[in-house]
Design a protein around this ligand. Sequence first.
Ligand code: NDP
Ligand code: AKG
Length: 481
Amino acid sequence: MKTYSNYIAGKWSPSASGKTKEIINPATQEVVGSAQVSTTEDLDAAVNAATEARFSWAKLSGAARGDYLYKVANLIEARLDEIAQTMTEEMGKTFPEAKGETARGVAILRYYAGEGLRKIGDVIPSTDNEAFMFTKRVPLGVVGIITPWNFPVAIPIWKMAPALIYGNTIIIKPASETAITAAKVIECFHEAGIPEGVVNMVTGPGSVIGNGIVNHPGITGISFTGSDTVGREIAKGAVARGAKFQLEMGGKNPVIIAADADLDKAVEGTISGAFRSTGQKCTATSRVLVHSSIKDAFTDKLLSAMEDIKIGNGMEDGVWMGPCSSEAQMETVLSYIEKGKEEGAKLIHGGNRLTDSEYGKGFFVEPTIFDDVDSKMQIAQEEIFGPVIALIPFDDIEEAFNLANDTPFGLSASIYTENIGAMLQFIDQVDAGLVRINAETAGVELQAPFGGMKQSSSHSREQGEAAIEFYTSIKTVFVKG
Ligand SMILES: NC(=O)C1=CN([C@@H]2O[C@H](COP(=O)(O)OP(=O)(O)OC[C@H]3O[C@@H](n4cnc5c(N)ncnc54)[C@H](OP(=O)(O)O)[C@@H]3O)[C@@H](O)[C@H]2O)C=CC1
Ligand SMILES: O=C(O)CCC(=O)C(=O)O
């Protein structure tokens, strides 16, 4: 089993702690490999390297920075199957999904490589007709990136690629559970010849390295995706020292099934949105609001489609849903299932850990459906991040919109209806950053802004053209001869 190192100042180096941690395959409990358990001493070395590199990197033309990103994209593409397999082994998503995600990483790199040739400012007429006034976007400096385990290639890349193209140097702290996938992505930056210090990776506990990034005076910007709890702490730390920050956190995403919905499409979208990636997406469907008049018909179709879900090791052919990403994640999911039962919701499908021979060594939970859920129940309010959905009945569309908005989150929301009036009303009334009509709640396109309302994000947006807002500052320049 290989032990992976930190990547600091263009070199692979072990942590000063001398400690490493094994990463476990959630489908088999086999060891995938080990990563460094780093200290703040390692983080300091990475910040020093990134600080030293920042001016020469920022001085390159956008086109030259873009050339590096094109090279990285080609290298990841050449190793696509290998990187995707590591992702499946580390966190359990199926191999086809992992390959799709890795290909998305490649596409994101190419998109931002092209950004190196696009405009970084505007000319604004001055009131002084002898002066020239313009804006120029400049990099923040050193950016710290803290990422979760559920999209171990796409999320790091959708933060690193814009950070780099706009001239920042970076330190990434990947989730401990998926540090090897991250190391393989960083290997591609190394092979592409990225100048030393421009990209640095330090693995280790969030409480030490993540927290260290938040409080490090040498880091000007912090971009985070992960839990609501950690996100709030990051915001406090960043505000306290005046660092720029961007947070993408949880969701409790609703799908509304209106009385006139195409039920086959609605069932397909509900299953895909709720159970792909074992429900471990911030955009996953977790509340299904169903009009009372079609509830029985919808539920029958849903239950019958659930029979086709094949659960197992994501590396096996035909498996549609893998395990929870870790034992801790599985325990969280099982505890929410218990909570749902205690709260009086009606369990109509699944609800158990799978322990029969082929599943015994992994962290498998059946896809689970609760019926007759009240919106105030904990299972309808809190992010479960697993294969569990709550069916909530409604009688009129206004009630459905109110239910859709009845959580602290506001990331994604969808509706199945043929009624254009209902669609337009939904677009206006739902508090969600992603609004989807006759489509599942999950589904993010790299060229469009991504982020949530309310407690789902720091109200900023990632991806597409929106990324420039976080990764640059604007200078307004006034020139007079
Ligand atoms: N919005 C989303 O996409 C995600 C949401 N979640 C939600 O969070 C729950 C828990 O998942 P979990 O992996 O623990 O999420 P966390 O928020 O704990 O982890 C996300 C990242 O933050 C790091 N981190 C942890 N603690 C700190 C800290 N004090 N300061 C700075 N960084 C820190 C983690 O490091 P390390 O890995 O070393 O702990 C990881 O890199 C899930 O059940 C789900 O509800 C989780 C992942 C993604
Ligand atoms: O749905 C997606 O593609 C992205 C979701 C996401 O960002 C997340 O789960 O953290």
